[in-house]
Structure formats: C-alpha cells, structure tokens
Design a protein around this ligand. Sequence first.
Ligand code: GLN
Length: 236
Amino acid sequence: MCRHLGWLGGQVTLSSLVLDPPYGLRVQSYAPRRQKHCLLNADGWGVGFFDSASQDGTPRRWRSPAPLWGDTSFDSVAPALRSNCVVAAVRSATVGMPIDVSATAPFTDGRWLLSHNGIVDRAVLPLSAKAESVCDSAILAAMIFERGLDALGDTIQEIGAADPKARLNILAANGSRLLATTWHDTLSILRRPDGVVLASEPYDNDSDWEDVPDHHLVEVTADRVTLTALDATEGP
Ligand code: GLN
C-alpha cells in the first residue's frame, strides 16, 4: 500500500529526503521496489515537518491529491525547506476511500504527524468527530491521537486482534520522537551520522539499511533507536 518516510536528526532539506534519493518517495510514487499490495502510489502525497521558527511547535503540512512525480511546485520549493523532523508519504488509495487532500497523510492533532500504510475495517474503529476524512487511515489516526502515542503499541495490537486482516504500519513524529509499527508490511531503518531514517523501503542501495521485523514497535529519539516486539497472537 502506501509508502512512507520519517526523519529525526539534524536540519536537512525536504528534497534531500523525498525527491533526490535514487529510490526515494518520488520514485516510489511510480516504481516502488518492495510494494506487495499494489503497483504504484499515484493518489496523492504529503510532507509534514516541524519548523524551528514556529513558536508553538505546530507542524507544517503540504499535501496534494495528485501524483508526486508531476509536482513541479514542490520540486521547486523543497530544496529551500529544512527540518530536523519529517513525516512524508505517497498514497495508493484503498478501494472505496476518497481521493482528496483530507484523506492524505500525514494527519495531525496539532502536535503529532501520522501516516498509515495499510488497510483496516472501519467497523472496528470508534466513530470520531475529529477524523479529518472518512478514509480508514484518517479514522485510525484520530483513534491513535485520542488514546495517546505512548499507547501506540497497545492500540495497534488491539486493532490487529479485532481485524485480523488489517495491515497497520504506522509512522508518527512530534519533533523529538519518531515512532513506527510494522504490522504486515515492510519498514527499514538507516542510521546516518546526522540522524535516523525510517522508511517503508530503502531510498538507495546503501548496505547500512536494516529491515525491521514484522510486528514491532520502533522508537527513535536523539540518542537511541529501540525495537519492541508486539504481540500478534491475541485473537478477538
Ligand atoms: N487505507 C489508506 C488509504 O486509503 C492507506 C492506503 C495505503 O496504505 N495504500 O489511503
């Protein structure tokens, strides 16, 4: 399904993360290398980032329902946008979900940015007036925000038990923490000297990329990367 990428580290340009790498999100929008559940990610894209000039820490978002590969405006401006913490995604909409900006990751509660790579039966999710869209990922994001990101692992285990067919790869950031889950899709880590990248698939052929095993929670802070196994055995 969708492909996403997170960054926590020094100040880097959005283009260096999303557009420039040989197999980065721009290329993944039309030629992903590890995508199992569909062919390409043409149903929009979004980049959210924390801005050191912002007084209150509100994240900035730039989203579009059009394919990333043709966005010449973002291509022009991205080299001038810098951040220490980024969540970006390219989207392949699940059948039946709306294709518009409000259904496009990253979602936010004003403090966190969140992307969902996967699919979940909306019947197992609580109704939320705060969901930005009727898209499954937007409703899931609202539920995760409501429960709090410290409970991310528990929330994913619970939803995974309620909907055994769900795919629940989450990526979230708040400016100083990057959190991710693997639940039936791929995720890789690159530890660079200037920070850490989490990505659905490697954006280049660097041999330092490590694959995260399925059913794990990943937490990245300024000084460490922690992997915790999630329990995928509990049935409803
Ligand atoms: N279900 C979500 C959507 O429709 C995410 C899809 C995906 O991961 N490809 O946008």
